[in-house]
Design a protein around this ligand. Structure first.
Ligand code: 2RA
Length: 371
């Protein structure tokens, strides 16, 4: 069945009449509310997870508009028991969705997000296109979601490796003031996309095929995520630095090394944090334990620590291996793991959309009388 999912809210009147001596009723539905959600890049790896997360969290969609490239147009996407046809970007803009969640790369976002904005759609963009634009907000709802206003029509979702880092740093920054962070990442191949997953599977099966990386990824670590910049860092490494400053505090220094590892399920990060103020490890653990969105998993006596295998398909950011850096004062080490496709991408984007509804910024449209 193709069509509308469910009525968000509606007013109705019931007209009763008699037919062959039996009372019959007709319901006239008036002014029903619709929430039309476009998922741009719906057939991609993040797009698929986006649809899962929208479903799981019962996001109040009345009409899904799956958007993908020409080769997928017309394909049906199942959502909530109904099927919705994949459309192209031009068609999607003419449908004027309430919200469009983009996960189709920077170039698509740069070109098309303003076109959606022009028809009144709020865009939540998962690419790097708008993240460092001073006029666009870079949002992790738990940290700076309060800053969103109705004027924010294109909202940037941070990079996956940044989201899990700032989630773990946020409560500690509030308590002790983060001064400097040294982070090394161990990033899942799912962050590169389906081509990388295929490369790993091919290598493990002994099949030669298309390569997502310059080198084999199986039994390897590749210290190269995204492209190199003139300063010798990769874009991924600079995202960690620049985005953390924009979200948390421009005064924080971040230096990063980003590494791709043959792992599916989540990104891991070894994080060294220097604070302005002294801390107690017990307080650090308590703070992290009490922070919504964080799961503390930190007990060396039972070999309990976060790992991507166990973070997979979960929305929390997992923190463990918390210990004092014994080489300098006011400094600790920790290990931070999260599913890069969930909190690192889809979940954070959907949480932004939920927040827009909660704040009354994203309001369902009222459609005229139907019966
Ligand atoms: C990665 N930053 O390489 C990407 C995904 N957004 O993992």
């Amino acid at each position: 069945m193709v069509g509308m999912l469910f009525l968000l809210n509606f007013t109705f009147s019931i007209f009763h009449y008699f037919h062959f001596g039996r009372m019959k009723s007709v319901i006239f539905v008036k002014n029903y509310l619709v929430m039309r959600v476009a998922v741009v890049g719906a057939t991609g790896m993040v797009g698929n997870v986006m649809l899962e997360v929208l479903k799981e969290r019962s996001f109040p969609i009345t009409e899904l508009i799956p958007v993908a490239s020409e080769k997928s147009v017309g394909k049906m996407i199942e959502f909530g028991g109904l099927e919705f046809p994949v459309v192209d970007l031009t068609t999607a803009v003419t449908m004027k969705p309430d919200v469009a969640i983009f996960s189709a790369g920077g170039e698509t976002s740069l070109e098309w997000a303003p076109k959606f904005e022009a028809v009144g759609t709020t865009v939540i963009d998962n690419s790097s296109a708008w993240r460092m634009d001073p006029d666009k907000k870079l949002i992790v709802p738990e940290i700076n979601g309060d800053s969103l206003t109705a004027a924010d029509k294109i909202i940037a979702n941070p990079n996956c490796s940044t989201i899990q880092l700032v989630m773990a740093l946020m409560p500690l920054h509030k308590a002790y003031g983060v001064k400097r962070v040294v982070v090394s990442t161990y990033q899942s191949i799912t962050g590169t996309g389906v081509k990388a997953v295929q490369q790993l599977e091919n290598e493990r099966a002994g099949i030669s095929g298309e390569m997502a990386y310059n080198y084999p990824i199986d039994k390897n670590c590749i210290p190269h995520c995204d492209s190199f910049l003139d300063n010798g860092y990769t874009k991924e490494e600079m995202k960690l630095s620049n985005e953390t400053k924009k979200i948390l505090d421009p005064a924080i220094s971040v230096t990063a090394t980003a590494v791709r590892v043959p792992v599916v399920g989540g990104h891991s990060e070894a994080v060294n944090v220097e604070f302005e103020n002294e801390f107690e490890l017990a307080d650090v653990r308590k703070l992290l334990h009490e922070t919504p969105g964080i799961t503390l998993k930190d007990d060396p006596t039972t070999n309990s620590y976060p790992m991507p295998r166990f973070a997979e398909a979960k929305d929390d950011v997992f923190v463990g291996r918390i210990r004092r850096d014994e080489t300098q004062p006011k400094t600790l080490n920790m290990w931070v793991v999260a599913d890069n496709l969930r909190k690192g991408a889809a979940t954070n984007a959907v949480q932004i959309a939920e927040l827009l509804i909660k704040k009354g910024i994203l309001t369902p449209m009222t459609v005229g009388t139907h019966n």
